[in-house]
Design a binder for this molecule. Structure first.
Ligand SMILES: Nc1ncnc2c1ncn2[C@@H]1O[C@H](COP(=O)(O)OP(=O)(O)OP(=O)(O)O)[C@@H](O)[C@H]1O
Length: 574
C-alpha cells in the first residue's frame, strides 16, 4: 500500500488532469443514470397516460443522450492525457533513479529485468490512475446521485440497491484483488524473467550455440512464458466470473428497485425511474472490479519499481560539491577497496600519482586489482579507506559527473552504442564538428575503414558494435576518447584480443596523441608487453598491493614480480 501511495504522490503535478478526468467520468455516469432513469419513466408514462405527459421527458432524454457521449469523449481525453503525462514522469523518475546506480550497483540486476521494470512495470501502473482513482471518484458521485433520487422517488428501494451496489463495487474488487494477487505477482515476475532470458538468448546466441546451451536457455524462456500465460489465463477466468456477476447484478438491481418502489407506494412511472437509475449505477462498478483484478500486478509493479529507488548508489554526489580544481593530476593515498558482498579486498593500500604528463602502466595477474583502480578513478566506486584526489581536491568533495569531464576511458569491452559511428563519437563531445570527428578517426587509425563503410560516419555499427570487427570497435572507442580530448586518458586492456599488427597500430596512434601535448597523462592497464612501450613507469600489482614499481628498463631482468609476469621482456620487444 505504501508503494502505491508513493506512486500516487508522484502524480501530484498532474493532479488537475486527473481531477478533470474524474469529474468528466462522474458526469458521464450521471448522464447515463439520467438517461436510463428518464427513459424508464418515459416508457412507463407513455404507456399509462399517452404521449401528452411523456413528451416533456423526451427533452431530458435528448439532453442526457447528447451529454453522455460528449462527456465520455472529454473524459477519455483528460484521463489519457493525465496517464500519459504521469507515465512519462514515471519513466524519467526511473531513469533518474537508475542513473546513479550505474555501473556499480546495476551489475546486480539482469539487463532484461531492468528493461521489464522500465517498460512493463511502469505501464502496469496506469491501472492505478485510470482504473482506480478516476472510477472510484465517479462511483462515489453516482452513489450520491442515485441515493438522492431514490430517497425522493422510492425510499424503500434505497438500502437494497445500495447494498447490492456496494457489494459489487467494493466487495467484488476486494475479492478479485485477493483471488488475483498471486497471479498478478507471477505475471510481473515471469514477464521480467522472460525478458531477461530473451535478452540472454539474443545477446549470447553465438556462445550459447557453440556450447549447445541455446536449447536450455530456450527451455527457461518457454517455462517463464508458460508461467506468464497460465497466470494470465487465471486472471482471464477471474475476469469472466466477475463480468457474469456484474452482468446479473445490474438487472437484479433493476427488478429489486422496481419491486421495492412499487411496494413503497410509488406509481409505475416512478418505479421504472428508480429501477433504471439503480441499473445505470452499475456501470460504475466495472472499472473498479477491473482495478481489483489488476491489483496484484499493479502492486507487484509498484514494489519492483520502489525497490530500484531504495537501492543505495555505490557513490553519492556531495550535497554541495566544490568546483573542479584547475589541474587534473590524480593521486591515490592508502586506498583500500572491497566490492560490496565480497570479503577479500580488491585493493589494499594503494599509493599512486598520475601527474600532468604522466604515463603509467599498471600490470599484474588476472584479478590483482588493476581494473579496480580505473573504476575508482572514474568514481564508479568509492574507496573504503584512503583518499583519491584531483589536483589536491578530495574526490569526496567533487561531483562525480564533473570529475568524469576530465577523464576519457577506453576499456576492454570497448562499449559502443547501438548507433552510427558518428553518434558513438559525438557521445564524447556532442558539439564536435565533422572535421574534429575525422581528425580523431585518423589519429586512431580508423579513418580508412570508416570511409569504406556503406554510409561512412553514418553507418549503423550494430548492437554493441557487432557489425564491425573487434579491432575496429577498439579504434572507434579510442577515437571517441580522442574526440573528448580530456587531459587524462584511462585505458583498461584496450588491445585485449587484437592481433599484433592491429595492436601496433593502436599503440602508434596512442603515442602520436600523447606526443602532441606534454600535459596529457595516461594510465594503461594491461597484460600485453606491446602496451608498455608508451609507459614511463610500470606499477606491478599482486593481490591488490603494489609489489614493484619503476621504469620497464629497471624492472626487466631484476628477478622480481615484473619478471614473473613478463619473463621474456627485453628492450627489443618494446
Ligand atoms: N563488480 C564486481 N563485484 C565483485 N567483485 C569484483 C567485481 N569486479 C571485480 N571484482 C573482484 O575484484 C578483484 C579485482 O578485480 P579486477 O577487475 O580489478 O582485477 P584485474 O586485475 O583487472 O583482473 P583482469 O586482468 O582479469 O581484468 C577480483 O578478485 C574480482 O573477482
Amino acid at each position: 500500500m505504501n508503494d502505491l501511495r508513493f506512486f500516487l504522490a508522484l502524480a501530484h503535478p498532474d493532479r488537475w488532469w486527473l481531477r478533470l478526468g474524474a469529474a468528466l467520468a462522474a458526469l458521464t455516469l450521471l448522464a447515463g443514470i439520467g438517461l436510463m432513469s428518464i427513459s424508464g419513466w418515459f416508457v412507463a408514462a407513455a404507456a399509462l397516460s399517452g404521449f401528452g405527459a411523456a413528451i416533456a421527458a423526451t427533452r431530458g432524454v435528448r439532453g442526457f443522450a447528447l451529454l453522455r457521449p460528449l462527456s465520455r469523449y472529454g473524459e477519455r481525453l483528460a484521463t489519457h492525457e493525465a496517464t500519459f503525462r504521469i507515465l512519462a514522469r514515471l519513466r524519467v523518475w526511473v531513469f533518474r533513479t537508475v542513473a546513479p546506480l550505474a555501473p556499480g550497483r546495476l551489475a546486480e540486476l539482469r539487463g532484461g529485468d531492468l528493461l521489464a521494470r522500465v517498460t512493463g512495470d511502469v505501464d502496469a501502473l496506469d491501472g492505478l490512475y485510470l482504473r482506480l482513482v478516476t472510477p472510484a471518484i465517479a462511483a462515489a458521485c453516482g452513489v450520491i446521485a442515485v441515493s438522492v433520487l431514490l430517497a425522493f422517488t422510492a425510499p424503500l428501494a434505497l438500502p437494497g440497491v445500495l447494498a447490492l451496489f456496494l457489494a459489487c463495487a467494493i466487495g467484488l474488487p476486494l475479492l478479485a484483488a485477493r483471488a488475483g494477487r498471486e497471479a498478478g505477482t507471477r505475471i510481473a515476475e515471469a514477464g521480467a524473467r522472460a525478458r531477461a532470458e530473451a535478452g540472454d538468448l539474443a545477446a549470447g546466441l553465438p556462445e550459447l550455440k557453440a556450447y549447445g546451451a541455446d536449447a536450455r536457455v530456450r527451455a527457461r524462456l518457454e517455462a517463464a512464458c508458460a508461467q506468464w500465460s497460465e497466470s494470465r489465463r487465471h486472471l482471464s477466468r477471474l475476469a469472466l466470473a466477475n463480468a457474469a456477476v456484474l452482468g446479473l447484478a445490474g438487472p437484479l438491481a433493476l427488478v429489486t428497485a422496481i419491486a421495492l418502489a412499487a411496494a413503497g407506494g410509488a406509481g409505475p412511472a416512478l418505479s421504472a425511474l428508480a429501477g433504471f437509475a439503480a441499473f445505470a449505477l452499475f456501470e460504475a462498478a466495472g472499472p473498479l472490479v477491473q482495478a481489483g483484478e489488476a491489483a496484484g500486478r499493479t502492486t507487484a509493479a509498484a514494489r519492483r519499481l520502489r525497490a530500484l529507488g531504495e537501492m543505495e548508489p555505490a557513490v553519492c554526489a556531495p550535497q554541495d560539491p566544490s568546483s573542479l580544481p584547475a589541474g587534473s593530476g590524480l593521486s591515490l593515498r592508502g586506498v583500500h577497496f572491497t566490492y560490496p558482498g565480497r570479503s577479500a579486498p580488491a585493493l589494499a593500500g594503494i599509493d599512486l600519482d598520475l601527474d600532468r604528463g604522466a604515463r603509467i602502466a599498471v600490470v599484474g595477474a588476472s584479478g590483482s586489482g588493476k581494473s579496480s583502480i580505473v573504476r575508482l578513478l572514474m568514481r564508479f566506486y568509492a574507496p573504503d579507506a584512503g583518499a583519491i584526489a584531483m589536483d589536491g581536491a578530495d574526490y569526496e568533495r567533487l561531483d562525480p559527473a564533473a570529475i568524469r569531464t576530465r577523464l576519457a576511458l577506453v576499456d576492454q569491452r570497448a562499449e559502443l552504442l547501438s548507433a552510427s559511428v558518428r553518434d558513438n563519437l559525438l557521445l564524447a563531445r556532442p558539439q564536435a564538428g565533422e572535421a574534429a570527428l575525422w581528425a580523431a578517426l585518423e589519429r586512431a587509425r580508423a579513418d580508412r575503414f570508416v570511409r569504406a563503410l556503406p554510409d561512412g560516419l553514418d553507418t549503423w555499427i550494430g548492437e554493441q558494435g557487432a557489425l564491425v570487427s573487434g579491432g575496429q570497435a577498439r579504434r572507434i572507442a579510442l577515437a571517441r576518447a580522442f574526440v573528448k580530448d580530456a587531459p587524462v586518458l584511462l585505458l583498461d586492456e584496450p588491445t585485449e584480443g587484437l592481433d599484433a599488427a592491429t595492436e601496433a597500430e593502436f599503440v602508434a596512434a596512442l603515442e602520436d596523441w600523447l606526443g602532441e601535448r606534454a600535459d596529457r597523462s595516461v594510465l594503461i592497464v594491461t597484460h600485453r608487453p606491446a602496451l608498455l612501450a608508451p609507459a614511463r613507469e610500470i606499477v606491478v600489482l599482486e593481490e591488490g598491493r603494489i609489489a614493484e614499481r619503476g621504469p620497464a628498463g629497471r624492472l626487466a631482468g631484476s628477478g622480481g614480480a615484473f619478471d614473473r609476469l613478463f619473463p621474456g621482456f627485453a628492450p627489443s620487444t618494446r
